[in-house]
Write a protein that binds this ligand. Sequence first.
Ligand code: TCH
Length: 330
Amino acid sequence: MCTAVTYRTHDHYFGRNLDLPSSYQETVTITPRNFPLPFRRAGLRRKHYAIIGVALVDRGYPLYYDATNEKGLSIAGLNFPGNADFKPEAPDMDNIAPYELIPWLLGQCTSLDQVKVLLRRLNLIRLPFSERLPLTPLHWMISDRDGSMTLESVQEGLRVYDNPVGVLTNNPPFDFQMHHLTNFLNLTRESPTNRFSPELHLEPYSLGMGALGLPGDLSSASRFVRAAFTKLNSVSGASESESISQCFHILGSVAQYRGCARAGDDGFEHTLYTSCCNTDRGLYYYTTYENSQITCVDLHRERLDSDQLVVYPMLKGQRIYLQNGCVPQR
Ligand SMILES: C[C@H](CCC(=O)NCCS(=O)(=O)O)[C@H]1CC[C@H]2[C@@H]3[C@H](O)C[C@@H]4C[C@H](O)CC[C@]4(C)[C@H]3C[C@H](O)[C@]12C
């Protein structure tokens, strides 16, 4: 399970939870402008925008899970099993493998308008990265500072949706998720008043009762509703610290704790990392399952005209501030 969200205060933020039973050894990866990006059916791109995000680097190629470019355009890939359908190659189309989509769009677009133009010729093809890393079923949220869209390649073809909520989870398809919100249109951040019956004296006994009925389970349909409610009702100051705190809290409302959702024989789904990127300033913040301290990597501190990938291992061990010099026991 996974969730992606956008958040906006003074700056714009794009974040995600990566939920899996175990890691692929992903890293915070910067692809500078002159790193040659080969596309299997669309040639070699020698110059492109610089990109920061989380990727598995395999055979020298950045396999991004989510990323933002130096212009603030962002994309996250989320599981979409049973619905994602990638196609055979087609003439007169841009034939792009799913693992190439993030660098292909972020390398050349600055906004959703530019993405929309490229999507008219896009054909996501059934081409795996390697035998060890086969095709995986994904759909994507793509955002700039003014909006978001959802991209799904399904049996009927490529579906491009405006995403006015700025949230994406997993199954079912996005049009269902949007319609499903209608079931919750009575939820409110305010204290509810009695509409049950004028014949009864009913009063709220607790704050938060306006959101009674907000689904608390871990399914992707429920996480979509919960993340949407939390995000759309979010209040925070506009400073960097207040903004990223709120963005991490929104994602915290749909985080997965190890043990609550079994993933077959692989173990239990849990949030391996949570990220929140300030897309205006290229600051990629993250926490991991065991390290609740926020770590930040700054795109603009790297040599962006270089041709070498820059890779930072994610800091995974818990970091505790020892306020009075205490020594935690093992
Ligand atoms: C599984 C990940 C998404 C997490 C998620 O949505 N979980 C939900 C599970 S469920 O539906 O609710 O069951 C996705 C996001 C990005 C994906 C990775 C990226 O696409 C990059 C490469 C692409 C290669 O083809 C496969 C390995 C891979 C390294 C992918 C492995 C896996 O599919 C990742 C890590």
